[in-house]
Design a protein around this ligand. Structure first.
Ligand code: RUQ
Ligand code: CUA
Length: 656
């Protein structure tokens, strides 16, 4: 904690400790202590704003003066917005929305050729998809620790995965496979980011085919864990080197990769070993009741290193362009093993040392702690209690667990700190439960407002969590904020973990979608660039072949259209008049030729839906057909200088 200069630590503690005794103030570093006036001003402010001592303490722990940076950055899913939200901790200031699956006008994301190409990677069934249900972001890891290089995030609705480069905080790639029809366990990375895991939620027939669930659910519907291969040198997923492990249609839920002693394994929950498929107007019970009929579902244990070997040895079958390790192979070769888990669980989280796998009970009051040492020993000894109907060996539950912790109502997700503690969100009880991993005992509970889903602690799912801060990501906001109609924001609550008892520091509304998960990284691990290299195409990372240099601006009529080579610099575009003929294809190549930090220009043209953002050094391409004759103002959309309004021109489309 940095204390404001000029005030001594003891003054602060005195002030917020409620003493406020006039004259009893310490003097530090030769600076005079605040006198009675300062204290009474503080007291007055507290009174005027009806603040308690706890409020003032919380304020002091989060207030971030001008120019001061945050200690952590949180990358939160933007829920339905299809974006990622970057939030500073402890200030809870929003630093950026990163356009990912959805066009994002401020960044011009989805408007230029470069980013249109990225979004096109996420087309499914021949359709452009302009939204996403983003759930789980995952920072790239090296040896199980965040390395600050990349961020990945999954779209549950249209099973897709995006790659964001943290060198410039922009989306570089979206991949999808028609093998599966939805995901939920995405994105989760293996400890060196060799693979990014994407697991199905709702099973469908592989490859998008048709099958009537009433007749063929068990035979034709399938789940899968897709292991997308990440090529770190290129900073891209390599679909050709990726593979999937077929699962029975048990409706898999969340996922996590093993680390350290459990490296090489990945874990997946399932919630529907009942094989229900709905049909509440067809004489069947609703999914709601039929999914949770049995007492146990199966935790899926995948030995992905073995799977990788088998795929390399040609044991996979290609379906919908994806190499798939079929169930028979996985079951026979020890790639896939099950162990029972209590009633429709939700989160599965591997402890920092990799030894424990914590499963949140959801409909059970327990957190179940599996031991990878026990699991490995049981597998090695071939100690299976049964096989599931698909031939997958099942380990005995009691012998695979280290124990269970009685947490309370509705345990979902778990995070960890640097003191051997775990923090589990309890949705129904609407609290964070802090518990000791060693003794499996609850130590503290903190109410949240309301119905917490995920929670994220500082570096809380790495091999070396930091403790200190946690954010409760709550689903209901009710009475926490000013009323804004029937659709309410979500509520992120910052929690102080620095003391044995947790305390609430800050409420932050999230008003653009329902974020699910987030990850919190030490800010000094991130080293983003200030500007692009001159002429850089941010998607290729290379100098664009169409780069435009100062004094080389020109218009060229070519076979494929009118090429306009344009530069932007405070405060003009060159050329500032574009003359084309009605029906021409126009290809704009625009370079922001500035290298000054923060000197962004925008570029918009009326009626043609053209809007881009050109950061310093950036090269951008825009293609459109000038199919409507007329005069169309074009201008810079960033207030870049005193002469910003003058940074304008005309597109003149001469009638045929
Ligand atoms: S979740 S519903 Cu991560 Cu709890 Cu998606
Ligand atoms: Cu450039 Cu305004």
């Amino acid at each position: 904690m940095h204390w404001p200069t000029g005030l001594s630590r003891s003054w602060i503690s005195l002030a917020i400790g409620g003493a406020f005794a006039v004259g009893a103030l310490a003097c530090s570093g030769g600076k005079s202590a605040p006198r009675g006036g300062a204290q009474s001003a503080l007291l007055e402010a507290m009174k005027a704003r009806k603040l308690s001592e706890a409020d003032v303490q919380a304020a002091l722990k989060t207030y971030t003066p001008t120019g001061r940076m945050d200690e952590y950055l949180t990358f939160a899913s933007g829920g339905h917005s299809g974006q990622v939200i970057v939030i500073g901790v402890p200030s809870m200031r929003i630093l950026k929305y990163i356009g990912v699956f959805t066009p994002e006008p401020w960044q011009g994301y989805g408007f230029d050729e470069q980013t249109k190409g990225v979004l096109a990677g996420g087309r499914r069934a021949g359709h452009d998809i302009t939204w996403a249900d983003t759930h789980h972001p995952a920072l790239s890891e090296t040896a199980g620790d965040y390395d600050g290089q990349y961020l990945f995030i999954g779209d549950k609705a249209n099973p897709r995965l995006a790659v964001i480069d943290l060198a410039d905080f922009t989306t570089k790639q979206i991949v999808t496979t028609e093998l599966i029809g939805s995901d939920h366990g995405a994105a989760f990375v293996t400890p060196n980011t060799d693979y990014i895991v994407e697991t199905t939620q709702y099973p469908v027939p592989f490859g998008g085919g048709y099958a009537d669930p009433a007749k063929e659910y068990k035979e034709k519907y399938r789940g899968a864990a897709v292991f997308w291969k990440f090529d770190r040198k290129k900073g891209r997923i390599d679909p050709a080197a990726s593979f999937a492990v077929e699962f029975p249609p048990y409706t898999q839920d969340l996922a996590d990769a093993g680390k350290l002693v459990s490296d090489g394994y990945a874990f997946f929950n399932s919630i529907n070993t009942e094989l229900a498929w709905g049909g509440n107007q067809e004489g069947q019970p609703s999914m709601e009741s039929s999914y949770s009929k049995s007492d146990m579902d199966y935790l899926h244990i995948v030995n992905w290193k073995k799977a990788e070997e088998l795929v390399a040895a040609g044991k996979a079958e290609t379906i919908a362009g994806m190499k798939v390790l079929r169930l028979e192979v996985s079951a026979a070769e020890g790639v896939l093993t099950f162990v029972p888990e209590p009633k429709s669980p939700h989160g599965v989280d591997v402890s920092p040392d990799g030894e424990d796998i914590v499963v949140g009970g959801k409909l059970d009051t327990h957190g179940t702690v599996y031991s990878i040492a026990k699991i490995k020993a049981l597998i090695a000894a071939g100690k299976f209690e049964s096989k599931d109907p698909y031939g997958v060996p099942v380990l005995p539950f009691k012998e695979a667990i280290r124990g269970q912790v009685e947490l309370g109502l509705g345990p979902l997700h778990t995070q960890f700190d640097n003191q051997g503690n775990a923090y589990t969100s309890l949705f129904l009880e609407t609290v964070v439960a802090k518990w000791s991993l060693k003794d499996l005992k609850v130590l503290d509970k903190l109410p949240t407002h309301y119905n917490i889903g995920h929670l994220v602690a500082a570096e809380g799912d790495t091999v070396s969590p930091d403790g200190g801060y946690l954010i409760a990501m709550n689903k209901w906001a009710l009475d926490r904020f000013n009323k804004v109609g029937p659709l309410l924001p979500q509520n992120f609550q910052l929690v102080d973990l620095s003391k044995p008892k947790m305390s609430l520091l800050y409420d932050m509304p999230i008003p653009l979608g329902e974020p699910h998960y987030a990850q919190m990284i030490k800010a000094d691990k991130l080293k983003p660039v200030d500007v692009y290299k001159p002429g850089e195409d941010p998607i290729t990372g290379e100098k664009s072949p169409e780069m435009v240099e100062a004094n080389k601006e020109r218009v060229e009529r070519k076979a494929d259209g009118v090429h306009v080579y344009m530069t932007a610099v405070r405060s003009h575009f060159t050329p500032d008049i574009i003359r084309v003929k009605e029906g021409d294809t126009v290809k704009l190549h625009i370079d922001n030729i500035e290298q000054a930090y923060d000197a962004t220009h925008g570029f918009a043209i009326n009626s043609y839906n053209i809007n881009i953002s050109i950061e310093p050094g950036e090269h951008s391409d825009v293609t459109f057909v000038a199919d409507k004759a007329g005069v169309f103002p074009m201008y810079c959309t960033e207030f870049c200088s005193a002469l910003h309004l003058e940074m304008a021109g005309y597109l003149l489309v001469e009638p045929k």
